[in-house]
Design a protein around this ligand. Sequence first.
Ligand code: THU
Length: 135
Amino acid sequence: MSQFNFSALIDSAIKARQNSYAPYSDYCVGCAVLTDNMLYTGCNIENASYGLAMCAERVAVFSAVAAGERMIRAIAIVGSPRGDEITDYAYPCGACRQVIAEFSDKDTVIVVAKSLEDYKIFKVEELLPESFTLA
Ligand code: THU
């Protein structure tokens, strides 16, 4: 998977980010999840009741799981303050790392991207070592 061409996955995350609803933080995040069957996307969705904000990663992962998926092969995340230019590597928050771990295996790849050409690749174990599991 580390030899894989991640362009299509990152491009989907960039496009999903355009739907970000972030009027409170102005921080816009997009995410794309690749399974053996399909590609699923998500964006962050905030709320006037601030604590109800939902991260792009969990929107995308839960969408995949709700469609019957159980195994993420790769997940791309693109996040930055509002605007077309992506200035950050937006690493997944702790809660999202735990959720990603639930539906991952040792080969699952997390792609943190600024553009189609500029990205970093991690295994889930690197971003969430010694994760809690009941399996
Ligand atoms: N956010 C994500 O979508 N993913 C993360 O992993 C971290 C944070 C969102 C939540 C909120 O809408 C905004 O970024 C600022 O925290």
